[in-house]
Ligand binder design. Structure first.
Ligand SMILES: [Zn+2]
Ligand SMILES: [Zn+2]
Length: 68
């Protein structure tokens, strides 16, 4: 699979990751790794685990994903 963002710019780059939101293939230049805080219910409510998970997003979806 090739990078979708590179393809729209008329270039070809091998995709290394896939956007969590839109499913586009992404090269290293276009992939954005966002922390994805995993919450789980404990006795008194939700608690964040110490280490966040990872979520890959494209340059289009990353700003929206970061807000969510
Ligand atoms: Zn790219
Ligand atoms: Zn995306």
């Amino acid at each position: 699979m090739d990078c979708y963002d590179c393809h729209t710019a008329g270039r070809t780059a091998t995709a290394l990751a896939v956007c969590h939101h839109c499913g586009a293939g992404l090269c290293a230049d276009h992939a954005r790794a966002l922390p994805d805080v995993v919450r789980h219910l404990s006795g008194t409510g939700s608690a964040a685990v110490s280490a966040p998970a990872r979520r890959i997003a494209c340059t289009t979806c990353a700003p929206a994903e970061a807000l969510g």
